[in-house]
Structure formats: structure tokens, C-alpha cells
Design a protein around this ligand. Structure first.
Ligand code: GDP
Length: 458
């Protein structure tokens, strides 16, 4: 068990009202005692009760560094389960740094990114899925991400996984016992029984897996590419969605030269919008870079929004785009609906089997319909958050997938009439795969890898 004492700045590195330096480990109290001076000058933090707050100053010898409030949490009732002190100081970057330096000077060591949460995990306060959700809570970009991460932090994923693992382990134990002690365990007809149990557990895992794609889209946003020939109104649409003048909008064809990325929130759905230079043949090198990128993005996009200038005839460029997006998840916007229409919805629908919506980026018309269409397309129109456990972590998804494969193998062995020890091999690997999600049977390298992605001070 780690016993050295770590310290880090837990708040952001900009000037703000309050800054927090957190110290955790066996010597947290004795170290801070050396640099804490109470009003009376006699109070010892190490003699104070857990979960109390103390006013005073942080000093280095005779030098007073800042006026502070100090929070005490004794092991095991702290985030890390270790003795922990939080020093609330003034939130200036320099002050916070100086306090951290002083704590380090008197015996603490700078914490690595994610080390507090790592300790919480290693000391058994939370499992790995909960530890990962801590980072997700911090990085949440929208309400959904925050709510699912909070649920995961409360143990939603842990609980389902534990339950499934329990069932699997029970069967492994049964098989082992039966093989060891055939006189007392009747294995006749066991295959059928096991098949049913495995089928039930498989269904649970498949249900979790089914949430993974939606979960990821909701959490990280839908990667969206806007395409359309120059002057169709792509930049105007982006501005209309973003609600501020971000892209450069002009009358000159091809002014949106490079690729812009913008994240927007549409009633709880995040779109990561990539606006492109427009897909067309061009002699302009700068634009060509944009065009190549646009094609690349198109391949990877979850959603393509194709903007058509409905006040004009469709051009060859439009036909090229239509060909390119035929097999993509796309929505067609007949833009400039405020002008006299030349290209009609019927014409468009004949050419491309996609949802066609009339909009005016300039007048902000039809944007609601676009939002509703996206909702229907990705989330079947329902976006209310229910009690379902969502899988939003790719690592969890991969482990679930492997567990599924192993359980499918168990069923296959049963169907093929293989001997019982075959079942337990695959049951065991499903058990281990699921264990990876909650951090059982994962090796140190993976643990280090996961926590290194955390921010400092967490
Ligand atoms: P892009 O090249 O596809 O990014 O097109 P822009 O967004 O730069 O728009 C080209 C021109 O069309 C600009 O003059 C816009 O003001 C105009 N425009 C864009 N959307 C609309 C619209 O809905 N109605 C009208 N009347 N003009 C629009």
C-alpha cells in the first residue's frame, strides 16, 4: 500500500476566488502542522477532529504566505481513504503555487495526474468504472454526459457487472466441484441448465452493449460534417446553429477555406460540427487541402448535413456531392427558403433517398425541424434520461464484447456436446473480461494508463 504523502493544486490554474491545495497520505497532518499557524498560534491540526475546518495562515518560517481555511479529513473518511488536508487559500496562481511549493518543501511529493483517484481505487473506496467516471464527470460536455457519469460514479455499471460476474462464478464453481467430486454433484442435464443461465446473462450484456453507441454519441457528441457547394449557405447555417458569428460568411465563392470545428448543443444533443471548404474541383491549393480533409471527414462522420442553395438549379457539384453521400447518414437542407424556390423538395427526394428539410439559415427558419430530425435519427425521438445503465466508455464496451464472445463459445460447446471443462474455460474468460471493467484482475500498466489521462490534482 502506498504511504508517501502527495500534494497538488486541485483547482484550475487561473486567478479565481479560491484555490485549493490538497495533501493526502500518512504525513499529511504532520507536514501541514509545520506550515500552519492558527490565530492563537498554538493549535495543532494533528490534534483536531476529522471533518473540521480551521482558520489560520500558511507560513514558511517567519514568512506569511497566505490567509487560509484548512479542512481536515482523517483516514478512512476521505476521498483517498488516507489522511487528507485541503488548504483553501486565495485563488491567485502565484499564491496557490507557493503554498504547494511550501507543502512539498516540508515533505510532501508532487502528485501525478489522477493520483488521488488512483489511491481511492487502490485503497478500495471505488472500483475502476467509478474511478473512470470521475474523469467523465469533470469532462462532461452536456447534461446527459454529466448524468450518466454521476450514475456510474454511484456504481451503476459496477452493480450490473458484479451481478453478472456472480452468476458466472457460481457456475464455474459448480463445474469444478462436479468434476472433482462426481459422486455428490449430478451433472446430468447440466448442459441445458447452463445454456439457459448463459443465455440470460448474455442478454443482459447485449443490452448493455446496445446502449454503448448511443451512449458514446450522447456523451461525446455526433460528429457532423456540413457539405454543399460554395455559397449554398454552410457558414450561415453553422452561425445559425451556433448562435454567434463564428464562421466567416461572405458572398465570394470559396471563402470558407479551411476546416472549422465547432461544438454546439441542440436541446441536450451535442454536435461536433465540421464545416468544410465545400466539395468541388478547384485549382486553389489552400482549398484543396480543405477538400481532401472534407472527404476524409465525410467517411468518418456520424452525420452529414448537405446544404443546397434552393434558389438555384442543382449544379454538377451538387450531383457529385449526392453521389458521395448516398450511403451516408445524411440530411438534406434546402436552404434559402426565404427566396423564390428553384430546386424543389420533390426534385431532391427523387435524387437522394434522404430526409429533406426546407430551411433559411439567414432567417433561422426550419432549424427546429432539423433538430427534431437529428433526435429521431439517432435516438428514436426519445431523449429523456431513464434509469437504464448506459455504457459510455470504449474500454468497457470492448470488455463487454469479449465477454459476449466467450459466453457465445460456452453455448456453442454445450450445443456441440463438448465436455464440461470446456465450459469453464470460456466462462472464466467472460468472468475475467467483465472483471476488467471494474478493475479486478487488471494489471498495473492498465491502471497507470487509465489514471495518467486524469487532470492534475484529481
Ligand atoms: P458557404 O459558402 O456555403 O459557406 O455560404 P455562406 O454561408 O457564406 O453564404 C453565401 C451567401 O448566401 C451569403 O451572402 C449569405 O448571406 C447567403 N445566404 C446564406 N443562407 C441564406 C438564406 O437562408 N437566405 C438567403 N436569402 N441568403 C442566404
Amino acid at each position: 500500500m502506498t504511504t508517501d504523502t502527495i500534494a497538488a493544486i486541485a483547482t484550475g490554474m487561473t486567478n479565481s476566488g479560491i484555490g485549493i491545495v490538497r495533501v493526502s497520505g500518512e504525513d499529511a497532518f504532520s507536514i501541514v502542522d509545520k506550515i500552519y499557524r492558527s490565530k492563537s498560534g498554538t493549535k495543532k491540526l494533528s490534534e483536531m477532529k476529522s471533518h473540521t475546518i480551521h482558520y489560520g495562515h500558511i507560513v514558511d518560517g517567519d514568512e506569511v504566505i497566505d490567509e487560509v481555511m484548512v479542512l481536515l479529513m482523517r483516514a478512512p473518511n476521505s476521498y483517498t481513504r488516507e489522511d487528507t488536508i485541503e488548504i483553501d487559500c486565495h485563488g491567485g496562481v502565484l499564491v496557490v503555487k507557493k503554498i504547494l511549493e511550501t507543502v512539498i518543501k516540508y515533505g510532501a511529493r508532487p502528485a501525478e495526474p489522477g493520483e488521488y483517484t488512483k489511491r481511492a481505487f487502490l485503497n478500495g473506496r471505488i472500483d475502476l468504472s467509478q474511478a473512470e467516471s470521475v474523469m467523465d464527470v469533470i469532462n462532461a460536455k452536456n447534461d446527459f454526459a454529466l448524468k450518466t457519469s454521476m450514475k456510474q460514479l454511484e456504481g451503476s455499471v459496477l452493480n450490473v457487472i458484479k451481478e453478472i460476474r456472480g452468476k458466472i462464478l457460481h457456475q464455474i464453481a459448480y463445474i469444478e466441484s462436479a468434476l472433482d467430486d462426481p459422486e455428490h454433484y449430478d451433472i446430468d442435464g447440466y448442459g441445458e441448465e447452463l445454456d439457459q443461465i448463459v443465455e440470460t446473462e448474455l442478454k443482459k450484456i447485449e443490452k448493455l452493449l446496445a446502449t454503448a453507441d448511443n451512449g458514446k454519441l450522447l456523451k461525446e457528441g455526433i460528429n457532423t460534417v456540413i457539405v454543399g457547394k460554395p455559397n449554398a449557405g454552410k457558414s450561415s447555417l453553422l452561425n445559425s446553429l451556433v448562435g454567434k458569428e463564428r464562421a466567416i460568411v461572405t458572398d465570394v465563392a470559396g471563402t470558407t477555406r479551411d476546416v472549422l470545428e465547432e461544438q454546439i448543443n441542440l436541446n441536450g444533443i451535442s454536435l461536433n460540427i465540421i464545416d468544410t471548404a465545400g466539395i468541388r474541383d478547384t485549382e486553389d491549393i489552400v482549398e484543396k487541402i480543405g477538400v481532401t480533409k472534407a472527404k476524409e471527414y465525410l467517411k468518418e462522420a456520424d452525420l452529414v448535413i448537405y446544404v443546397v442553395d434552393s434558389s438555384r438549379e442543382l449544379s454538377e457539384e451538387d450531383h457529385d456531392i449526392i453521389k458521395m453521400i448516398e450511403d451516408r447518414n445524411a440530411i438534406v437542407l434546402l436552404n434559402k427558403s426565404d427566396l423564390t424556390p428553384v430546386t424543389s423538395r420533390e426534385e431532391m427526394e427523387k435524387l437522394l433517398d434522404k430526409k429533406v428539410i426546407s430551411v433559411s439559415a439567414k432567417e433561422h427558419l426550419g432549424i427546429n425541424e432539423l433538430e427534431e430530425t437529428i433526435k429521431t435519427m439517432f435516438f428514436h425521438g426519445k431523449l429523456e434520461f431513464n434509469d437504464e445503465v448506459y455504457i459510455t466508455n470504449v474500454r468497457h464496451k470492448a470488455a463487454l464484447k469479449n465477454a459476449c464472445d466467450s459466453l457465445a463459445m460456452v453455448r456453442k460447446s454445450i450445443a456441440d456436446g463438448m465436455p464440461e471443462d470446456f465450459y469453464s474455460i470460456d466462462l472464466m474468460s467472460a468472468y475475467e473480461e467483465l472483471g476488467k471493467i471494474i478493475g479486478e484482475a487488471v494489471d498495473d500498466d492498465l491502471v497507470n494508463e487509465i489514471f495518467s489521462k486524469f487532470c492534475m490534482g484529481k
